[in-house]
Design a protein around this ligand. Structure first.
Ligand code: FAD
Length: 498
């Protein structure tokens, strides 16, 4: 039935609109769901949504699209993009959640790996690995309701990345169906050009149908720690010394409001663990409107010396003594820590509101200036959600991967994860988008070395600027692996060629 519907679309010819009401009645709920994303700002109806069961199905859809001179194909992971990256206006959306098989395999050298369909959620992989095999991947995202194929098309970053690399640096093998409808199994040693192109490749070179992800013994427990700073200079000095020494298993952090009237973004957003209280009297006089919280974790087993290790590692840090919090949780609980925030956001309506998020990777040499020139003056009242700021190391990223990074070895992720209520309770989304634009303008006019993470631009010159010296390589790979620009049209990098 799907193929017949597709054929009907193919016969419509150039410029024809897809009929979103195939039965002549209500809008098809599957099409409607595939016409929007978590960002809630971009919207475009596809012609059809298919649920591929295999790489051959994916290749079949791409072949069908290539028979027309206008149809495009977008893989949709869990639709958690924020600017329409997984949309296919009038084209074919492949619901990759249909490819959700997980299997334990061993490499030739005996390394255990999870062989996973691209539509598996990281949370599903965690549950399966820990519960069934006592093993887990070692690089994560904060939120686990994202697909393996979706984050591998971007990077996949969290507090482990400074040490173990992003998720795209933790893949042993991929199965990819290119825009030429060729199924390729690739790895660092076989068809490495496509392997590295697809990692962070924004879906431009092929659809990842399967990924092989190395597994390691899962730690039993995690000591989860938060410490508070009043000055960005001390915060970044400590954060950078911790990522350099590599003793912690996880280093992240965020800015929060130096106020008590906002439970989601103020003092009360920091304490972890039942009964722990934020003693605001400890904040030094003259502190600014924002404070900073370094979030750390030590993986450990029962009956080891974690208390002593924690004490030794925290001793030299310059945080405000007395404003430290710690909690013992299981590994799964730690990695699932964002679930509570998701439930709260669903309950108060901010999960379903638009999310014009802004993620910037910015050189360590600019981060203090960014705080003084951008964060403090522009965002002193917060954004209704987390403002993550934490360092990463360029040497953990393979330069053959497609993702664009700042030039310096140490750079920060600044993630402005807006969670405001829908208008008119919250601000109009246009105001938030124009604030993002203003932030980027300031970054440019101040000459910061930065790149957008989860980038979204509307014109090719902007994309060329984003990829910089690697743009020619990106264009060349596109010509080889998706010469008619059938794939991932929602990224707005290339136009469908006849
Ligand atoms: P989608 O949004 O569906 O797709 C993203 C892009 O990849 C699209 O262009 C799509 O066509 C393409 N694509 C999807 N699947 C495939 C595939 N199999 N093969 C080829 N191309 C494909 N990111 C982090 O790095 N760290 C975080 O901690 C983090 N936390 C997040 C928390 C929330 C609540 C949200 C909404 C997002 C978060 N992200 C984070 C961003 C996330 O990595 C991106 O949204 C990413 O796109 C994954 O989402 P998805 O699986 O829903 O993919």
């Amino acid at each position: 039935m799907m193929i017949a519907y597709l054929d009907q679309q193919l016969r419509l010819g150039p410029g024809a609109e897809a009929d979103p009401h195939p039965a002549g009645g209500e809008l098809d709920p599957e099409l409607e769901a595939a016409s929007e994303d978590f960002g809630g700002v971009a919207r475009a109806l596809p012609a059809v949504v298919l649920r591929p069961g295999s790489a051959d199905d994916v290749a079949g859809a791409i072949r069908l699209a290539s028979r027309s001179d206008r149809l495009t194909v977008a893989a949709r992971g869990n639709g958690h993009s924020v600017a329409g990256q997984a949309l296919a206006p009038g084209g074919i959306v492949l619901d990759m959640r249909a490819m959700a098989r997980i299997e334990l395999v061993f490499s030739d050298g005996g390394q255990p790996c999870a062989d996973v369909g691209a539509g598996v959620l990281w949370g599903e992989l965690l549950e399966w690995g820990v519960r069934e095999h006592g093993m887990a991947p070692r690089s994560w995202t904060d939120y686990l309701g994202l697909t393996v194929g979706g984050t591998l098309s971007n990077a996949g970053i969290s507090g482990q990345a400074f040490r173990k690399g992003p998720q795209i640096a933790n893949v042993a093998e991929l199965e990819v169906v290119t825009g030429e409808a060729e199924r390729v199994v690739c790895s660092p040693s076989h068809r490495s050009d496509l392997f590295f192109a697809a990692l962070g490749g924004l879906g431009q070179f092929g659809i990842i149908t399967r990924a092989r992800i190395p597994l390691y013994p899962a730690p039993r427990l995690v000591r989860w720690i938060r410490v508070v700073y009043s000055r960005i200079e001390e915060y970044v000095a400590d954060a950078e010394s911790l990522v350099a020494c590599g003793e912690f298993d996880y280093v992240e952090g965020f800015a929060f409001l130096n106020r008590g009237d906002d439970p989601a973004s103020g003092w009360d957003s920091v304490p972890i663990g039942p009964g722990s209280v934020f003693e605001q009297d400890l904040i030094p006089q003259g502190s600014g409107p924002l404070l900073y919280c370094l979030e750390l974790a030590l993986n450990h087993e029962l009956n080891d010396d974690v208390d002593k290790r924690m004490e030794e590692l925290l001793r030299p840090l310059k945080y405000i003594k007395g404003l430290e919090f710690s909690l013992e949780v299981s590994y799964v609980e730690f990695l699932s820590r964002v679930n509570l925030a998701e439930s709260e956001a669903r309950a108060n309506g901010s999960w379903d509101a638009p999310h014009p998020w802004l993620n910037i990777l910015i050189s360590a040499s600019n981060i203090v200036d960014f705080d003084h020139e951008v964060l403090q003056p522009m965002l002193k009242d917060g954004i209704g959600g987390p403002m993550l700021i934490y360092p990463l190391l360029r040497s953990r990223w393979d330069p053959r991967m497609s993702v664009a990074l700042p030039d310096s070895e140490v750079f920060y992720l600044v993630a402005l994860l807006r969670f405001t209520r829908p208008y008119p309770v919250g601000p109009p989304v246009e105001d938030l988008i124009s604030q993002n634009r203003e932030i980027l303008n300031r970054c440019r006019s101040n000459g910061y070395d930065f790149k957008l993470y989860l980038p979204h631009y509307k014109t090719q010159p902007e994309w060329a600027h984003h990829f910089g010296k690697n743009w020619a390589r990106f264009v060349n790979l596109k010509a080889r692996f998706d010469s008619r620009a059938i794939l991932a049209p929602g990224q707005l990098i290339f136009s469908r060629a006849h």
